[in-house]
Unconditional design. Structure first.
Ligand SMILES: Cc1ncc(C[n+]2csc(CCOP(=O)(O)OP(=O)(O)O)c2C)c(N)n1
Ligand SMILES: [Mg+2]
Lengths: 320, 320
């Protein structure tokens, strides 16, 4: 297997899908400048730089998706999605239902987020819960190069609008990516490490945090299972519940601020569906209810640490 | 695509305008009498809708907004299915889910109707991109109001359409009102068409109460779009003779202004002109009136007989 970075995995997925389907096109501020190899192979009509206007980039993608194209838009940093909300949430998310099923919206919106670049909260804001809360949209947030590639390919082939979040902190990481066609289905979590004592449920950059915490806990004889959700919506609740039924304990870990977030939804779902097997209360670890600062130590402190995950895990085991 | 109604003869256009008027007035009466949801009527604006739609072919696509009855009916929509939609019935164009505000009828080429002011502008560029990239012959007509011209997305859409040479007929129906605010309070310019030059595209303002003038201007604009592939901004200067949303007593409307525009009622103007010029006999005019009355009555019967949608389908058609 090839070792490639997430950045390259994304490039490969785009090229493979554009090769496979002439309806796929890439739009965004600077996409043609940054990916000359795609322009060379697919031409300037399918790889287009756009004006600096996220609302119309997203609107154009939504209108094009409903009428036969399969656009991928690169909106750069997640906070810029706020300018694109109307097209994504009100149009792509609602007009299928509102029109009685007359349209579908096969499009992918790519946006970077997360600590790792020291740029502050107008570039770094993990706002995946906004979109997971919006009907009609799907949301993925992978953690490994193989999943970045396989999920982007699946997202492009999916007939629904998919938000594809790229964690800046992971971008340069390399990992094994299967050669050739390999799709990762939307809505399927991965068990990144098996364990019997508690379930650590996470996604994006906090998956490696959980894996490191699990390794430390193992040294003390605590076996943590680590679940990488990969997709936030659709959510693979089955895999989460299955794990919690075996372990009886769950900690949800993500970088996004805790309040009203993905962790809250997961904790509630676990309580609703597996209350009988819980040996301890569900816990959530996430950032504070504050915008992320630019200063590197502050930015890093925002992210749940390995120590914090270990402490949360131990606190649940002490409940026995 | 189902055959479109012929709007080729002046008498056809008179009949289409009369249908729109009778349909809208009946719904307004029903809203007042029976409490069905009120509509945003375009009484007084029929010439703008019929004149533009008469200049389109069956290959062309239409995007519209909350004040859409004229566009849909001119395009040949069934008034029964429209009324059923307004009443939230199962046999409406959108299975009753849209109500009056976002009626799309893909079978008629009326796509992606949005009631977010400016939403249709955000989507039209993508629809036009599909038309060009997929080699389809039709252009895109996008109807929006003078209020929508105050939204940033109007400027983003016009600019992108100009830069990418998208075949869009932007039709600003300047009815002087933006809900309960007069246009004069929101912009210094008298005319929206002036923005065309700023973006490097053609633009014109036409008397929106003269259907023949609108048709002539629209035919010219459509011809230029087909020849050049470039967008065009056509403004129809007209007036919203009833309120924003039924019922509306229009207490905030200047009586003199309203009276002046009522004296220029587009339907009365065309009718007397045709009768005077011999393009229509009294007998033909009476026959048209009788046909319209029968169609609207049948539409109402159809809508009222249509079942309510089944709540079991509340979450249908959210995802493809
Ligand atoms: C984004 C947004 N803001 C406000 C509204 C509420 N609203 C509905 S129609 C309307 C007036 C729109 O005026 P204009 O664009 O001139 O269209 P008209 O109603 O005159 O046809 C307003 C304010 C809305 N639907 N969407
Ligand atoms: Mg208006």
């Amino acid at each position: 297997m090839e070792q490639i970075s997430i950045e390259r995995a994304i490039g490969q997925a785009l090229a493979e899908e554009m090769r496979r389907d002439a309806r796929v096109l890439l739009l965004g501020e600077g996409v043609a400048t940054k990916r000359p190899e795609l322009v060379a192979e697919f031409g300037p009509a399918r790889v287009r730089n756009t004006p600096l206007a996220e609302a119309i980039i997203a609107g154009t993608a939504v209108g094009a998706a409903a009428t036969g194209l399969r656009p991928v838009i690169d909106l750069l940093f997640a906070p810029f999605l706020s300018y694109a909300m109307d097209a994504l949430v009100n149009s792509a998310g609602k007009l299928r239902h509102l029109s009685g099923g007359q349209f579908e919206f096969p499009l992918v919106a790519i946006a970077m987020t997360g600590a790792g670049w020291g740029v502050g909260s107008q570039h770094n804001h993990n706002l995946e819960a906004w979109f997971a809360h919006a009907p009609g949209l799907k949301v993925v947030m992978p953690s490994t190069p193989a999943d970045f590639k396989g999920l982007l390919k699946s997202a492009i082939r999916d007939d629904n609008p998919v938000l594809y979040f790229v964690d800046i902190g992971l971008l340069q990481q390399a990992g094994e990516v299967p050669a050739g066609e390999s799709l990762v289905p939307l809505g399927r979590a991965a068990i990144a490490r098996s364990g019997r004592d508690l379930s650590l449920v996470s996604y994006a950059k906090t998956v490696p945090v959980c894996l490191e915490a699990a390794a430390r806990l193992a040294a003390d004889g605590i076996e943590a299972e680590v679940i990488d959700l990969r997709s936030i919506k659709p959510l693979d609740l089955g895999t989460v519940l299955d794990s919690v039924r075996r372990t009886g304990r769950v900690v949800v870990v993500h970088e996004a601020n805790r309040s009203f977030g993905v962790g809250a939804e997961l904790a509630a779902l676990v309580a609703e569906h597996a209350f009988d097997v819980l040996k301890a209360r569900p816990l959530r670890l996430g950032g504070p209810d504050a915008p992320a600062a630019a200063s590197i130590p502050l930015e890093q402190a925002y992210v749940p640490s390995v120590g914090a995950v270990c402490e949360a895990a131990r606190s649940l085991l002490r409940c026995d | 695509m189902s055959p479109l109604p012929s709007l080729a003869r002046p008498a056809d256009r008179l009949e289409a305008m009369l249908l729109i008027r009778a349909y809208e007035l009946r719904l307004a009466a029903l809203a007042a009498e029976t409490g069905i949801p009120g509509t945003c009527s375009a009484v007084g604006q029929e010439a703008a809708a019929v004149g533009v739609v008469s200049a389109l072919t069956g290959d062309d696509l239409i995007l519209t907004n909350h004040r859409s009855a004229g566009h849909l009916l001119a395009r040949g929509a069934d008034p029964g299915r429209m009324m059923a939609e307004v009443m939230g019935r199962r046999d409406g164009y959108c299975k009753g889910r849209s109500g009056s505000l976002h009626i799309s009828a893909r079978e008629l080429g009326v796509v992606l109707t949005s009631t977010i002011v400016g939403g249709e502008l955000s989507l039209a560029t993508g629809v036009a991109l599909s038309q060009t990239m997929l080699g389809r012959p039709g252009i895109v007509a996008c109807f929006f109001g003078d209020g929508a011209a105050c939204e940033g997305i109007f400027h983003e859409a016009l600019n992108l359409a100009a830069v990418w040479k998208l075949p869009i007929l932007f039709v600003c129906e300047n009815n002087q009102w933006q809900a309960f605010v007069h246009r004069r309070e929101t912009m210094l310019a008298e005319h929206i068409s002036g923005f065309a030059a700023a973006y490097g595209v053609g633009g014109a303002t036409v008397d929106g109460n003269d259907v023949e003038a609108v048709r002539a201007a629209a035919l010219e604009a459509v011809e230029s779009i087909r020849a050049s592939g470039r967008p065009f901004l056509l403004e129809t200067a007209t007036y919203r003779m009833r309120g924003h949303l039924e019922p509306d007593d229009q207490h905030y409307v200047d009586a003199g202004e309203l009276a002046a525009w009522r004296a220029r009622d587009p339907i009365a103007q065309l009718r007397s002109r045709l009768l005077a010029a011999g393009g229509l006999t009294d007998g033909e005019a009476d026959a048209i009136d009788a046909r319209i009355a029968a169609r609207v009555a049948a539409a109402e019967d159809f809508a009222l007989a249509s079942p309510w949608p089944d709540p079991a389908g509340l979450a249908d058609d959210v995802y493809a």
